[in-house]
Design a protein around this ligand. Sequence first.
Ligand code: EPZ
Length: 418
Amino acid sequence: MDKFVIAGGTALNGSIPINGSKNSALPALAAALLTEEPVTLHRIPRVRDIRTMQRLLVDIGASVTGEGDTVRLETPRISSPEAPYELVKTMRASSLVLGPLVARCGRARVSLPGGCAIGARPINLHILGLEQLGATIHQAHGYIEAQAPGGLRGANVQFDRITVTGTEDLLMAAVLAKGETVLRNAAREPEVVDLADLLVKMGARIEGAGTSTIRIQGVERLAGAEHTIIADRIEAGTFLVAGAITGGDLSVTGCIPEHVSALVSKLQQAGVRVTQPDDTTLRVSPGGQLRSVDMTTEEYPGFATDLQAQYVALMTQAEGIAIVVETIFENRFMHAQELARMGANIRIDGKQAMVAGPRRLTGAGVIASDLRASASLVLGALVAHGETVIDRVYHIDRGYEKIEAKLAAVGARIRRVE
Ligand code: EPZ
């Protein structure tokens, strides 16, 4: 298993280019199952979760080819409408094939995901929504089996709570259903909008993506399309925090500033200088001692839960006490114990973390527990005195392409060892 060895204490200066969004690319790949024609996707990040999704699509019957960050998918026939446990247990987003499979061939067999490091994360809302579209669902042997032999029918679906992949799954199911579907209390995340943009290019009729009510008029069939995935807002946010925590002068390029505005606002309140030199670049530079600022995670356009761990790392260096409340997942403070091993003063009470700072962090051996927790350990290590060894970095490889190369290029002393 690979490890990162990081010697902290150098400011990061320069610029880092941002990749396409992992969480946009995953549903876009699944959407290719909705047509027998070729779908070409550009700016696909080369990360482990994407490779897992491609493997799943090949098993289902897609041919997947590609060069660089372009992937071309073609699925003339669905040979096996199934997402097996072996893949779903390594990546929950595998459940994104459920909607497209039922829509395209009237049946799907998808493993239930089981437990997860950050919370229970059930897919009951995906299932309920599909039932409302007319699918019959049975659960047995750890799998759910969905059947809609006569096709899906448009319906009103009111989500009990906001779910990102649930909204995406239902959107992909509804585009081929007969009649109108209205999704209410839908997720407004940029990744949902990006998926809708791709589906519209494929011939779908969708209105309201990016708002909490999405209207879909089902069509008979979808065609192939070509689409470029949006920039990864979580990668951009992670590097902005890297610049801020090290007191560097760092730009992230090729990003969509609006998508990280909740983070930028917190950085500015904390005393970091943030400027926007052009439409797709954000630059952080030091503004003096960091100040503690409370933060609560929310669905988009609120502060992303996927940047909470990185923000906690930043607050260890800020003066005062920051109250950080996690409202999306029930167990997403695993990084706190590891940051505490490096000297952070963090107290967890249920959904709330109290971070007191500034604390001098010192290098230590720590373990990555999930994707974003790992990113926060890298951030802590960048500012710690001495050497930090982060174990199980396969978590970080799920969602960040070549993070060590990108950080090293702006001055970080980081290397990967086997
Ligand atoms: C997506 O996960 C992202 N994954 C996550 O990114 C992100 O943390 C999350 O949205 C929240 O923004 C992808 O896009 C592939 P949810 P998702 O359904 O869709 C509960 C990362 O680090 N819920 O919006 O699985 C659920 O338990 C990751 O890149 C139900 O109760 O999240 C959670 O508490 C990790 N029943 C809340 O809703 C359901 O059927 C929001 O989850 C579905 C969800």
